[in-house]
Design a protein around this ligand. Structure first.
Ligand SMILES: NC(=O)c1ccc[n+]([C@@H]2O[C@H](COP(=O)([O-])OP(=O)(O)OC[C@H]3O[C@@H](n4cnc5c(N)ncnc54)[C@H](OP(=O)(O)O)[C@@H]3O)[C@@H](O)[C@H]2O)c1
Length: 260
């Protein structure tokens, strides 16, 4: 029976965590509200929902470590705040007092964006739960930045307007997953740890590298684009230069994912 639960274990980060655990001979249990398939053979799936509490007791049975990677930026209050509260209450009730490792984002404590304030509240709930805890704040994943650039038309437009003044320190999801696995195998930190990618780059430069590696001929034009998420990415709050522990660069990520 699995003794480690990964909420959001079929999501982008969670799936990599589950695969890395499996590679180390540890079979995880996954909490999934959509009933997504397990990313690796041997992982157990429990269908449950953080917004209702359905399935949480079953998901937590016999669990000693919870990596809490489930999240929904469009339903942050219901999933990230109320759902985390439900998960923690169910974990307290399971009699094993599991180590809860909460996945957060660098800068959540310096933002008024609803998703970030929800994650800051979830951090507080975790810290105050009375359970052994660790919090890992990561910077934006490389794949997340690539998706943002695609939303700006980088795969199709002849001229791509890029929000000016944005700098990011994106990181490989595999490196964040590896740190979560190490935390799961160690003692609770009772601290917030930050980890960021190896370099801080202006978004225009990231866009130019994307086009170059993909072999696309388009112009990058800095533009005064405001609103979410761009305003939250200005001013440096989402950067963690003192914790630039990631090794895989943006350019390396682009080359590795070129075929996809
Ligand atoms: N993306 C980034 O750049 C970034 C950077 C730093 C930190 N993070 C953090 O990393 C974590 C994982 O992010 P991600 O990009 O891997 O997200 P993701 O792919 O969207 O995965 C999140 C998962 O949460 C689960 N979920 C959503 N609503 C749920 C509910 N009501 N009940 C139970 N599970 C629910 C979903 O699982 P099912 O579909 O299986 O139900 C989903 O796969 C999040 O906490 C995020 O804030 C992300």
């Amino acid at each position: 029976m699995a003794d480690i639960l990964v909420t959001g274990g079929a999501g982008k980060l969670g799936a990599v965590v589950v695969a890395q655990l499996a590679a180390r001979g540890r079979h995880a249990r996954i909490l999934s509200h959509s009933g997504a398939a397990a990313p690796v053979a041997g992982a157990e799936v429990v269908v449950g929902d953080l917004t209702t509490g359905r399935g949480l007791a079953a998901a937590l049975a016999g669990v000693r470590v919870v990596i809490h990677a489930a999240s929904n930026s469009q339903q942050a209050q219901a999933v990230d705040v109320d759902g985390t509260r439900r998960l923690l209450a169910a974990a307290q009730a399971n009699g094993l007092s599991p180590h809860v490792i909460y996945v957060s984002i660098v800068g959540v404590d310096h933002s008024t964006a609803p998703y970030y304030t929800a994650k800051a509240t979830a951090e507080s709930l975790t810290r105050q739960s009375g359970l052994p805890w660790s919090i890992l704040r990561a910077t934006q994943f490389h794949g997340f930045v690539a998706a943002l650039l695609r939303s700006l038309g980088i795969d199709t437009a002849a001229e791509v307007a890029i929000p000016e003044g944005v700098r990011l320190q994106s990181i490989a999801i595999s490196e964040v997953a590896a740190r979560l696995v190490a935390l799961a195998e160690g003692e609770p930190l009772h601290q917030i740890e930050e980890m960021g990618g190896p370099e801080i780059l202006p978004l225009e430069e990231m866009a130019s590298a994307y086009l170059r590696v993909r072999g696309r001929d388009a112009t990058v034009r800095p533009a005064p684009i405001h609103g979410s998420p761009w305003d939250g990415f200005r001013g440096g709050a989402v950067l963690t230069p003192d914790h630039a522990v990631g090794v895989i660069t943006w350019e390396q990520y682009l080359r590795r994912t070129k075929a996809s």
